[in-house]
Design a binder for this molecule. Structure first.
Ligand code: ACO
Length: 357
């Protein structure tokens, strides 16, 4: 029995494969490195959905543009009741408000809605009203425009597009598994994607990049890194941006994102400190955690990319969801078409009723 289901195969998929020993991520027959920076997010979403979603004959980008416009109508009324929620909590609220029955196909609806809702949630946390989508733009360009209220530069759009592709899908990670469990009950696309977001939110999954920046800030300069990291481990803390359930070598997404961060002005400023902290962390983890190879994961350089794009820390998990949603949607479609109700068992270790004497 494995309480974390480490070696359990719970689904068959054609969508993505994580080879944790080789440090390789395959997205529907393509190594990640051959897609990131070369294929657009829309192209990779279409690649994932091919064969599962009905092909309406129109471009995926156009369909997602229309879905963004459709989703925007929900924003203002739902935000009225949002109280003091954080951006990821607002995103959860908005997603849950999507209807199950919609003229927009479910995978387009959730994927188009995510950047609209995430941008509105981020702006709200800064005391600003939502900006309407522009259906003619791609997801990355429109998201940055909706967050800022003005267009981003081509270099920024390209950086975000590469990030979105890099995180689009990753085997049966916790959020994708959650989405597939809900899809397996026939609850539908929206409910499944809400479940995915709820799982992504945790710091052991998609909530790590904000704390990565907190760590870099607290360390401050390269010469303090080793002592600071050792003290954190002494306190029993985990070093954010390191370790992975599947990878035993470096996460291939880390280098893709490191290159993206280095190409952005804000990222280049941070990269020397980040590299020093990364090396010090790998050294101390290798010494202290000999039984478990712990390497840099995707979240470490994600933090630098998103910071360089001017996004606030509280926005990082919502932006991850903007990328991952096409993967969740593909898994939901696949589960609905090929899967079975997911219903494992637990081993009862509680008390038994007393036998009558
Ligand atoms: N820092 C310090 N120690 C660590 C770390 C870390 N980042 N990760 C694992 N360990 C240690 C554990 O303390 C444990 O040590 P022990 O045997 O001495 O008790 C050992 O490695 C094994 O830990 P597990 O909990 O079994 O590892 P698991 O596979 O469950 O953890 C996880 C994977 C959650 C990602 C973990 O590495 C972690 O917490 N990392 C920090 C948070 C993070 O970066 N999350 C983003 C992950 S990437 C993603 O989801 C997109």
């Amino acid at each position: 029995m494995s309480l974390g289901l480490d070696d359990v195969i719970a689904a068959e998929t054609v969508l993505s494969h994580v080879d944790g020993e080789a440090g390789r991520l395959i997205i529907r027959g393509h190594d990640l490195e051959t897609l990131a920076g070369r294929a657009s997010y829309e192209q990779v979403a279409a690649l994932l959905w091919t064969g599962f979603a009905p092909d309406s004959g129109e471009g995926t980008a156009a369909a997602l543009g229309r879905a963004r416009v459709a989703a925007f109508g929900l924003v203002a009324p739902v935000l009225q009741g949002a109280g003091d929620l954080t951006p990821v909590e607002v995103l959860r609220l908005l997603l849950a408000a999507l209807p199950d029955a919609s003229p927009v196909p479910g995978h387009h609806l959730v994927t188009g809605a995510m950047p609209v809702f995430a941008a509105a949630a981020i702006r709200r946390s800064q005391g600003q009203g939502p900006v309407a989508p522009d259906a003619a733009l791609g997801q990355a360009a429109d998201f940055l425009r909706m967050v800022r209220g003005r267009p981003a530069t081509p270099a920024e759009v390209s950086a975000l597009d590469t990030y979105l592709v890099t995180v689009v899908d990753h085997g049966l990670n916790a959020s994708t598994f959650a989405a597939r469990v809900v899809a397996a009950t026939a609850a539908g696309m929206v409910s499944s994607v809400v479940a995915g977001l709820c799982a992504l939110k945790g710091p052991l999954h998609g909530g790590a990049p904000g704390p990565v920046l907190d760590m870099l800030d607290a360390i401050g300069s390269a010469d303090r890194a080793a002592d600071w990291l050792a003290a954190a481990l002494d306190r029993g803390e985990r070093l954010m941006g390191f370790g992975h359930r599947v990878y035993r070598v470096r996460d291939p997404r880390a280098d893709v994102l490191k290159a993206v961060a280095a190409g952005l002005r804000g990222g280049a400023n941070r990269i020397r400190l980040a590299e020093a902290v990364e090396q010090a962390a790998l050294d101390v983890l290798a010494t202290r955690k000999r039984s478990r190879p712990l390497q840099t994961n995707v979240e470490f350089y994600t933090a630098l990319v998103l910071e360089a794009l001017g996004l606030p820390r509280a926005a990082f998990t919502p932006v991850f969801a903007v990328g991952r949603v096409a993967g969740w949607a593909a898994h939901v479609l696949e589960q609905e078409q090929t899967g079975r109700l997911i219903r494992p068992q637990s081993r009862y270790v509680g008390p038994m009723p007393r036998q009558a004497a």
